[in-house]
Design a protein around this ligand. Sequence first.
Ligand code: COA
Length: 540
Amino acid sequence: MKVIETRIDPRSDGFATNSAAYHELVDVLRERQQVVLDGGPGRERAIERHLDRGKIMVRDRIDCVIDSGTPFLELSTLSGFGQYDDGAPGAGIVTGIGLVHGVPYMFIANDATVKGGSLLPTSIKKHVRAQDIALENGIGVIYLVDSGGAFLPLQDEVFPDKDHFGGSFYRQARMSAAGLPQLSVVLGGCTAGGAYVPALSDEVIMVDGIGRIYLGGPPIVKAALGEIVEPDDLGGAVLHTRTSGVSDELAHTEREAYGRLRELCLATNQRRVGEGPGWLDVIDPEPPRYPAEEIYGIISADDRIPFDSTEIIARLVDASRFSPFKPEWGESIVCGFARIWGHLVGVIANQGIIFNEEALKTTHFIELCEQRRVPLLFLQNTSGYMVGKESEARGIAKDGAKMVYAVANATVPKFTVLIGGAYGAGNYGMCGRGFNPRFLFSWPNSRCATMAANTAQTVLVDIRLAGMKGAQTTEEEIAALRKEVADQYETQSDPYYGTSRIWDDGLIDPVHTRDALGLCLALSARQDAPAPGPGLVYRM
Ligand code: COA
């Protein structure tokens, strides 16, 4: 593979302008993440109460469990952002991947300082998404349970439907049966729905004095049966470990529980990261030849000006080496082979609009990767498939459909990063959320919507005016309508809007992308080979 020769001049004015603008985006991202890491705005009282009870903060709990000095890939840190009156930082639940004795585990940890750790609609979505990631990537789950169960005022949005609370229990039981360890430490009052998470686990540790499990808490028992009972007598660690057997181990402190949990992990018989059946070609990694920070200066501050995705690839892949596929045909999509942290990967990156040639080239490339069992990385930056008379006459709908078909049916691991625009069916053809990439991350400059705000205001206003069938409309009314539509599209395509609703697995700094993808690829490499797909390569 040849080294990509950069054409970027880091001393140019354009680079400086872009870089300054991107630094502002990254500053906002870090600020907003820090607010969540600090426990969220206005949460001092709840945090104080939590600490006064001798309890450890949720992220510190995870730190107590994972191997010291190893990173934790936190997912969807900004979920819940701007929702629930900004009162649910991280949607009250922390999920992410960390190592215990070198074995990767998914952590699902309630933040009891947010609504008593109860699960809001976004929290349950995050919980279920973490379980789906665990199942697909073949990793066990550690539940640090400190939860009041379903968030009762919104019970219709968390209880009855397929991927609601019931779906999380279903996944837990299925993962356990699939040999993926389900381990719980009980750290708070786990009532009703919250009680079933430990009850459905393979092994359970309860912490005396703070951990409680009951299907109905003392107030419910009093109301239903007239019994007055202390919380620990109803569902404390001693009762459940020595009498009911709901818990397997009793720990006197949180730290003792985490030490014991690490011991339990020694006997789960799971592959470590770096161990695997060898279906994926992995060699020693090399850092990219160009600094990742240069990505800030490459992405245009003005999103109407395109940027060269090959320059982005050069800053993500090992030694900046890349072997392009069909480089002189269908040039608005770059396809080719590279390595990330030593793992062979097929990269597909947009350079703008997708035309017929690009759709066909990408389909051909996906087939190649599928036949060779090479994971796929999609770097999305497109306004969608080409529209217009010429394009329609050339059958863009059917060529785009081939690409969509190939993406949907590829069985190799797929990963997606939104590095710019993610508009229209282009988002689907480039393995958007609906196409189940194993992980999907967004950059703070990205935008995801059916179409860009400036296009939407024209299209939607024209549709509305046509619907009014010639009724008198003033210029001011039309301008107000345009503004309303543009504002709606601006708001909803904002990456914070999307990450808040778990349309991605996290909004990340471009500089961290290579490491995140390296872990994702390493998870795939430790699994058995993906089931063979059709394995056919049709020349397009
Ligand atoms: N739904 C909605 N809000 C809940 C909740 C739930 N299931 N569980 C707790 N909360 C809220 C409380 O109303 C309180 O809100 P506030 O801060 O606005 O006053 C906050 O979370 C903290 O709860 P609090 O009871 O003060 O904290 P605690 O640490 O003493 O007790 C629990 C935590 C979870 C043990 C306790 O709140 C509880 O038992 N909740 C009810 C659980 C339940 O019945 N769940 C049924 C689910 S199917």
